[in-house]
Design a protein around this ligand. Structure first.
Ligand SMILES: [Zn+2]
Length: 570
């Protein structure tokens, strides 16, 4: 016997959908009737987290806190000034938008200001976060005012939500407000915060909530956080009972065999795998009484594994991005677009600038061609050390173009360089000569201001394409992280016969005279106050070194992965 399969026609399908919609509308109207007859006191007294779960929806489902228990106490916290220093993608903007709507509903005739850095941020936020709250939630839909449904202004009951970009001038003409929500605090126009707070002076409520992914230490959200009780999310070890909040130190490894190493979040005391599904907020400092602070990391989400975190570490363009977005931590010394503030004494090595340093074939060299000047750097590398030591800085001058490749070939041989990278500018004459002399050790680099983010190595023609702004920015981070050692500068090797400046000083000058910053579209651009040659050659050495690291033994890679830094908690 065969089962008869009924085919549903498209007409029937439409009918079914319509029935579904009618049913949905009916359910909505029932809910609205229920709230209209609901006990008023419950509406006003239920804590914000419960209120949001009850009266707002996310799409077709109820709004909940599954796997995000940590959100509940933040919402229910009655403090007048809340500060959340957060990693990316933990749903904080989402709950704050709902918290804002909740306060407006609970408190008749109030005004809330929700600020983001720019008008375009406001447009996106209004569309993707605020509008769904108003459209998906039957209560809110019913309470929202007609004719005020635009991007920047929304009415709910007799209260108003105003959304603004802080870099927008219209903010200056704003009215008094009762609640402010400052999203992406570290990207806000700094001088506007004070005048925003002043708008609350006449209010009986005065609630401020600031949240942001941190950037650098002692700036923005991190400064505010330090004034609070600095709450961390503690989990309890099921085995030994030790309470702890998860940091990078908690990443441990099961070693089944050499090939299979499984990372996990383990107890610092007994190494047992931690249960991250439940936790508790606990203060770690005595802050100002009116301020309440929370620190949120991606490790707090049981959905994000230790392997996910390590993957983020490996794939982040910049180490700062990793600490800011994954751990919600400011990154030490990361005014990363420049090295103006670097403490040079601390990155001076013990060795003088010495072209005869023994490298045992472990040296990389980079060249920036020019006329009459060409520039080069030679860096010594070691198998078991992720740091590089500069052993030679070349500032070569000759008006005879042929002298340039000759000098560089001589240097590469002297240092026994295993990788030599030169800018592609003089490929036909000089690049050709080096390729003849050095063979596969030689690579040519094209550095563009557009296109590829990660350097791309073409093994066929030994060409590398890289994004100049990006590699320089990363270079600055490496320097601040003390991953590159400068030669000791006492021997005063002059960079030119007629100048007293040494080569190390010249190297520093080139580094200080450039800056990488983001333009309004978020794209990196260079700002020059002088020449950049020795900074560029040094950045070429970085990418050569990274290439070598990636393409050597797996043992080394594992070691690099396991290397754990403690940062940002100073
Ligand atoms: Zn334990």
């Amino acid at each position: 016997m065969t089962t008869e399969r009924r085919i549903i026609t498209s007409d029937e399908n439409v009918e079914r959908q319509m029935q579904g919609r009618v049913l949905e509308d009916f359910v909505r109207s029932c809910i609205v009737m229920a709230i209209d007859s609901a006990d008023d006191s419950e509406f006003y007294e239920v804590p914000n987290a419960e209120w949001i779960a009850k009266y707002t929806r996310k799409g077709a489902s109820a709004f909940g806190y599954k796997n995000r228990d940590f959100q509940i106490d933040i919402l229910n916290d009655p403090a007048h000034h809340k500060v959340v220093m957060k990693s990316a993608q933990m749903g904080i903007s989402e709950i704050m938008a709902r918290d804002c709507v909740c306060r407006l509903c609970k408190n008749d005739r109030t005004k809330a200001l929700y600020t983001l850095p720019t008008d375009s941020d406001v447009g996106i936020f209004s569309d993707t976060r605020v509008r769904p709250i108003f459209e998906d939630s039957p209560y809110i839909t019913r309470w929202s005012g007609k004719g005020t449904d635009n991007l920047g202004r929304k009415q709910v009951k007799n209260s108003f939500l105003i959304l603004r970009g802080s870099w927008d001038v219209r903010l200056a003409q704003m009215m008094d407000i009762d609640f402010i929500y400052i999203d992406e605090f570290d990207r806000q126009k700094p001088d506007i915060i004070g005048s925003l707070r002043a708008r609350m002076d006449g209010s009986a409520y005065r609630y401020e909530t600031d949240y942001s992914t941190p950037t650098i230490e002692g700036f923005g959200i991190h400064t505010l956080y330090l004034d609070t009780d600095q709450k961390e999310w503690y989990v309890t070890c099921n085995r030994c009972g030790e309470e702890q909040f998860i940091t990078e130190e908690h990443i441990m490894f099961y070693e089944e065999d050499e090939e299979h190493i499984e990372p996990y979040f383990g107890c610092l005391r007994c190494k047992t795998k931690l249960n991250r599904f439940t936790g508790l907020w606990k203060p770690t400092a005595k802050g100002k009484p009116e301020m309440s602070g929370y620190h949120i990391t991606q490790a707090m989400s049981p959905m994000i594994s230790a392997a996910d975190i390590l993957h983020k570490k490996e794939t982040s363009q910049l180490e700062a991005d990793y600490y800011n977005y994954t751990w919600g931590l400011p990154y030490r010394g990361s005014s990363e677009g420049s090295v103006e503030t670097i403490d040079y004494d601390s990155i001076m090595g013990d060795h003088p600038l010495d072209p005869d340093s023994r490298t045992g074939g472990k040296a990389i060299m980079s060249i920036d061609w020019g006329l009459p000047w060409s520039w080069a750097e030679i860096r010594r590398i070691e198998d078991d050390n992720p740091d590089g030591e500069i052993i030679w800085i070349e500032c070569f001058k000759s008006t005879n173009p042929d002298d340039h490749p000759d000098r560089m070939i001589e240097l590469a041989r002297q240092a026994e360089a295993c990788m030599v990278m030169a800018d592609i500018g003089y490929s036909d004459s000089r690049g050709y000569r080096l390729k003849q002399a050095l063979g596969d050790v030689f690579w040519e680099v094209a550095s563009n201001s557009v296109g590829t983010v990660e350097p791309k190595f073409n093994l066929k023609n030994h060409h590398v394409v890289c994004f100049k702004e990006r590699i320089l920015k990363r270079h600055f981070v490496l320097l601040k992280n003390k991953r590159i050692w400068l030669p000791h500068d006492t021997d005063k090797i002059k960079f030119a016969k007629d100048k007293s400046q040494t080569r190390v000083e010249k190297w520093l000058e080139h580094h200080k005279s450039i800056k990488v910053r983001k333009n309004r579209d978020g794209v990196e651009e260079m700002v020059y106050a002088g020449q950049d040659h020795l900074a560029l050659t040094s950045a070429y050495c970085d990418i050569a070194f990274e290439y070598l690291l990636k393409n050597t033994s797996t043992t080394r890679r594992t070691q690099r992965k396991v290397r754990v830094h403690r940062v940002g908690r100073g």
